[in-house]
Design a protein around this ligand. Structure first.
Ligand code: ADP
Ligand code: MG
Length: 247
């Protein structure tokens, strides 16, 4: 169910738009439409997606390759924007924000985990986890160190702080990427096929870790997968097919 959005006219763009109802929802999407242009062809990716995620939920988006999972996560993660529809995150209508305010929201509220880990190869594990915190000027250097240490401990990677990413296995690298996503203390973690490059045992371990962090840190998780074997692991599943959510 879409929530009513109250527009509060403020000069401060940060809280220009607030949702009045249920503090429980962290994400409210209504009627998202997105297509890509490929030469002369228009490729539809999302064809009217509405979805609500509650705080603390652990949700899997399941769909075949090309069904629109990455496009959907990129919309919620403020990496890309739709042609039409609305995106409300933690009470803020993100499409009404300018680029700076949107980047700030993304940095402060959202952690992103990618299929290919996306660690910076020349930085150590600790430096990789610290990187997004350097942008956030509200976090002091001392707190930064604490958060990096805590996040690496939470994912069981404390012993790798001084290693470079290519000295770690795929499963360990994905754990470091999860620590990087958590270090900013996000309300929401988006994981786009985080297990696609891992074998089955490591895939289950990464899901276990995310479920554990969801319970312990009370972080909302939305993760996508095309792997039917992982379906039974989560409490809520959303099926997407050809850019439409199937009920
Ligand atoms: P999934 O993550 O489920 O594999 P995507 O969101 O990546 O699906 O893609 C949805 C549809 O949009 C597919 O048909 C895909 O080919 C198309 N698509 C995605 N990104 C682009 C792009 N940058 N340019 C053209 N078409 C794209
Ligand atoms: Mg994808």
């Amino acid at each position: 169910m879409a929530l009513p959005v109250t527009r509060i006219n403020e000069n401060n763009e940060k809280d220009a738009l607030l949702v009045t109802a249920t503090a429980d929802s962290i994400v409210v999407l209504s009627g998202l439409v997105k297509s890509y242009r490929l030469g002369q062809t228009i490729v539809p990716a999302l064809r009217g997606v509405s979805l609500e995620l509650n705080r603390g939920e652990f949700t899997a988006v399941i769909g075949a390759s090309g069904s629109g999972k990455s496009t959907l996560l990129n919309m919620i993660g403020c990496i890309d924007e739709p042609e039409s529809g609305s995106i409300v995150i933690d009470g803020v209508d993100v499409l009404s924000l300018d680029d700076n305010a949107r980047s700030r929201l993304r940095n402060q509220k959202i952690g992103f985990i990618f299929q290919s880990f996306n660690l910076v190869p020349v930085l150590t594990v600790a430096e990789n986890v610290e990187l997004p915190l350097l942008i956030n000027t509200t976090v002091s250097p001392a707190e930064r160190k604490d958060r990096v240490a805590q996040a690496l401990e939470d994912v069981g990677c404390s012993k790798f702080v001084r290693n470079l990413p290519d000295q770690l296995s795929g499963g360990q690298r994905q754990r470091v990427a999860i620590a990087r996503a958590l270090a900013g203390n996000p309300d929401l973690v988006l994981a786009d096929e985080p297990t696609a490059n891992l074998d089955s045992e490591n895939s289950h371990r990464i899901i276990d870790l995310m479920l554990d962090l969801n319970a312990r840190r009370k972080v909302t998780f939305l993760f996508s997968t095309h792997d039917e074997k992982l379906m039974g692991r989560v409490s809520r599943m959303v099926h997407i097919q050809d850019g439409v959510i199937k009920l």
